[in-house]
Design a protein. Sequence first.
Length: 332
Amino acid sequence: MGAKVILTGFADEGPVSKNAEAQLAMCRGLGLSWYSPRFVDCGGGVKNLMALSEDEVGRLAELQTQYEMRPSSIGSPLGKVKLLDVDDGTHNRYVPIDDYLVQDVPHAIGLAKTLGACLIRGFSFYPPKQDAPRRHVELAAGHLRRIAEQCAEAGLVYGLEVEANLVGRNGELEMALWHAVDHPNLMLIYDGANIICQGYGPEAVFAQYLAMKDGIGWMHVKDYQRRDDEAPTDYVDEEMMMRFVPSDRGSTNYYRVLSDFRERLPEVVKAHRARGIPGFFLDLEPHLKGGGQFGGYSGPDGFGVALRALCRVLDAVGIGYDLTTYGDLKKG
């Protein structure tokens, strides 16, 4: 067996309360040593990571140490704002890019540094709803290049997640952005469910994976059950999506995706480690009990189901991974 992947996940999908200790305890109980923080209650109520007070961030950092957990990435909402100040009937907010680069981006970078993450998950901005996204690749890429430059100054990497309704809503557009930005501190994040939910068929969604394959720095793992009568759509109502399934039974076919990526995995892991990234992360974001624009919920039971499903896929395609074992406990 060749290079291994590192298993991680959005821990806020587990406990109903989103309590920080409950999230970390769930991950450790499942054998994970890594997680991606997003929504969390550190004593002041449930908040997005970006809204935590300095004391709450400090508390989360302390809990990470106590539970022997490390953040694989910061699950930030960076880039989930309008690209242009246009009323297009959506509720997405607009922030001038100069303000964004002075406020939101440095704040996310500071959180990553405090918590010990070297990756920041982000997005590619919302074009006007009625516009073809390709029209806006150049403008979005200009913004993303400036974000990548700020991340580079801090020794961090910005990951561009493929997602419906954004400029980078499929593999081809993600790759167009990646080439246009042309910066080593920008990587792409594959997420099969975020493509298949737009009505792509099985062959088409695999083609979109192949289109962005060379830029992929890590993957999110969630899947979606497509209906046979679905047709491609230009806009997805994310709050109405209810057919999320584990990665061993969805329309994305993670068996096929990961079997293909296995051949590229050793070189990606080697390149990551050379720049201080621990390895190639598979980041669980299952949404098994529901999901929307800014998050999802699986419950502790659903999160465990999703993890076991991913392990079955990895076992089947011959990719290695590690979970905490009795031997690891004896070492402590």
